[in-house]
Ligand binder design. Structure first.
Ligand code: NDP
Length: 246
């Protein structure tokens, strides 16, 4: 339960949903945690309070993952608040569904900025501060491997980009004993993809396990990859998708 005591984590987009569960899961294992959010200050403050109630340090940082200066500032503020950085979790993401025939330039740019450029720049800002045993874990999507539904192509494309980034960074940082992995959720019950939403039954029908994932399912995988027990795992793409990609 305590294998992350003394570790300092930054989780992007962690005011709610999967990111919040990841932040809480890392704190459960002993980590101090900085979280970023876009607009939900109250919900971010609630996550911080819950982490503090677990006896861990926590800080919430308003930082748009589409804004390079804000990303850099979020890493700097994490270092100031927690005294270092050992684990970066690139979770913040947006899904703007539209057919390629109809998608606007603004929608394409917004997803590229938040889902692709954001993780690259967060890693870039974090890398100089990570020590041996450091971790970079990104949250992609099982849709990168299996396109489900017609309007998701560009969103899934942005998540596919994280596969190459993960493998490349695993090579780049291996000699420093820093692991880099990608966790790909399938249908997971959050504001982005509610289990009782319009298309939820259809999504369930695609999965051998026939049920939505919960944010804690993804958080458990992230906590494992962050732990010392996962020291030999790098460059891996792990689907948490109820068997969707089988
Ligand atoms: P939610 O929409 O439920 O929550 C998104 C979180 O990210 C919020 O904390 C939000 O902050 C934050 N966020 C959104 N945009 C930005 C931004 N520009 N800068 C900083 N923070 C931002 O999403 P999920 O929890 O469902 O998704 C988390 C990750 O998992 C995403 O990368 C998503 O693509 C991926 N994913 C989700 C799946 C699902 O079925 N739910 C399936 C596959 C992948 P705020 O509250 O302030 O808006």
């Amino acid at each position: 339960m305590s294998e992350l005591i003394g570790k300092r984590a930054l989780v992007t987009g962690a005011s709610r949903g999967i990111g919040a569960a990841i932040a809480l899961g890392l704190a459960d294992k002993g980590a101090d945690v900085a979280i970023t959010y876009a607009g939900s200050a109250d919900r971010a403050a609630a996550v911080v309070r819950t982490i503090e109630q677990k006896g861990r340090r926590a800080v919430a940082i308003q930082a748009d993952s589409g804004d390079p200066a804000a990303i850099k500032r979020s890493v700097d503020e994490t270092l100031s608040a927690l005294g270092g950085l050992d684990i970066l979790v690139n979770n913040a993401g947006i899904a703007l569904y539209n057919l390629i025939a109809d998608i606007s330039v603004d929608q394409i740019d917004e997803m590229l900025k938040v889902n692709v450029r954001g993780p690259i720049l967060a890693a870039q800002a974090a890398i100089p501060h990570l020590q041996a045993g450091g971790r970079i874990i990104s949250i992609g999507s099982a849709g990168a491997d299996r396109i489900v539904g017609e309007p998701g192509s560009v969103y899934y494309m942005t998540k596919s980009a994280l596969q190459s980034m993960t493998r490349g960074l695993a090579r780049e940082l291996g000699s420093r004993d820093i692991t880099v992995n990608l966790v790909q959720p399938g249908s997971t019950n959050t504001d982005m993809n509610p289990a009782d939403g319009e298309f939820s039954d259809w999504q369930r029908s695609l999965m051998p396990l026939g049920r939505y994932g919960e944010p804690t399912d993804v958080a458990a995988a992230v906590a494992f990859l962050a732990s010392p027990a996962a020291k030999q795992i790098s460059g891996v793409i792990l689907n948490i998708d109820g068997g969707l990609n089988t």
